[in-house]
Design a protein around this ligand. Structure first.
Ligand code: HEC
Ligand code: HEC
Length: 303
């Protein structure tokens, strides 16, 4: 009997050793990536100061989804706070207390938004710059001009921390873009600006705002790595059963502008920010619809 317990003890100690060792390896590998320094050659962007550009920047702040995380006043705050995943708050983008942008140069703004890299050269966490990298100079300039014009709001941002599960996700899975800077080719030449028109190309440019929730293939389903309950993002591909296969362009425009589906049911505005997307122009929505019709139909949740 004694011998038996000795063996059980040894096996348990061995298993515990393996767990501690893997946690150590995960911690080490994640630290290296969290602290990697990125040397980014920023292509300067002209930042306008006229009222029309600032108004356009305000619209883009809503339609590009910045307000979903940084809140409509730009002061950010709680976003993910989970003992296992970690605590990551959206930055305070105003010059109030708790914000860092007061000392940002124009290049720092561009580096943060387009490259997902902070002024210290380290990768920003969760800030989805891979979706913003293609934003053209005119739109980005207007966006920055608007954010700079925001009234100062005091909002202390708790220090960020990546928990054991967050670190394990970073190291073992590429489903969650914990460090978007890793997914961007920082040396790539700037893509040519897409012409503003009701075209599939301009729709693809707009749809970069939708992939964060609806997934890279836009087939919807639960967002990997995000603790959330249904309703999950919908299937936006032309699948006739679970997607938008039976919708018309008018149905789509109505859904985005009023949150009402063709069957009369409403889209939950707390999980699907349609009140922000309602500010999209007719051209933007037509282009988006053309693009959504052009992508392959997929069953729901095939990310
Ligand atoms: C999915 C949520 C999310 C969205 C959407 C988002 N951000 Fe962020 N953003 C963050 C988080 C989280 C941080 C803090 C990252 C960190 O501290 O490592 C951040 C940081 C930033 C920073 C750096 C500020 C600083 O103090 O270091 C800027 C600038 C910024 N975001 C601008 C934008 C703009 C502009 C948009 C829209 C085009 C946007 N963000 C959309 C989550 C988001
Ligand atoms: C912050 C996450 C998020 C973003 C960003 C987002 N969506 Fe959604 N979307 C959802 C969720 C969640 C639902 C399901 C809501 C419900 O069932 O009430 C949804 C539902 C929809 C629906 C209703 C479809 C149906 O069959 O029920 C449409 C249309 C839609 N989204 C289009 C878009 C478009 C276009 C974009 C980009 C411009 C976008 N969404 C960006 C989360 C998001």
């Amino acid at each position: 009997m004694k011998k038996f317990f000795k063996w059980v003890g040894l096996i348990a100690a061995g298993l515990l050793g393996i767990v501690v060792l893997s946690l150590g390896v995960i911690f080490f590998l994640s630290e290296v990536r969290l602290n990697k320094l990125y040397q980014v050659e920023v292509t300067p962007v002209a930042i306008p100061s006229d009222a029309a550009s600032i108004a356009e920047g305000k619209r883009l702040f809503a339609t590009r989804g910045c307000g979903d995380c940084h809140k409509s006043n730009g002061a950010g705050g709680d976003f993910i706070d989970d003992p296992l995943l970690g605590r990551i708050n959206a930055a305070n983008l105003t010059t109030g207390q708790g914000g860092r942008v007061g000392s940002f140069s124009d290049d720092d703004w561009v580096r943060a938004i387009r490259h997902g890299v902070g002024p210290d050269g380290k990768p920003l966490w969760i800030m989805p710059s891979q979706e913003f990298n293609a934003i053209n100079d005119k739109d980005l300039g207007a966006l920055i001009a608007y954010i700079k014009s925001l009234p100062a709001v005091d909002m202390e941002i708790s220090e960020k921390r990546l928990g054991p599960l967050g670190r394990a996700l970073l190291v073992t899975s590429d489903q969650v873009a914990v460090l978007p800077a890793e997914r961007i080719d920082h040396a790539a030449p700037r893509p040519a600006a897409v012409e503003v028109a009701a075209t599939v190309e301009y729709g693809a440019y707009q749809a970069q705002t939708c992939v964060g929730c609806h997934g890279p293939t836009l087939s919807g389903g639960a967002i990997p790595g995000v603790p959330a309950e249904p309703p999950y993002p919908a299937n936006l591909t032309p699948n006739p059963e679970t997607g938008l296969g039976t919708w018309t362009e008018a149905d789509f425009v109505q859904a985005i502008r009023t949150g009402v589906r063709p069957d009369g049911s409403t889209i939950n505005p707390t999980v699907m920010p349609w009140p922000n997307f309602a500010q999209m122009s007719d051209t933007e929505l037509s282009a988006l619809w053309l693009y959504l019709q052009s992508i392959p139909a997929k069953p729901e949740g095939q990310r």
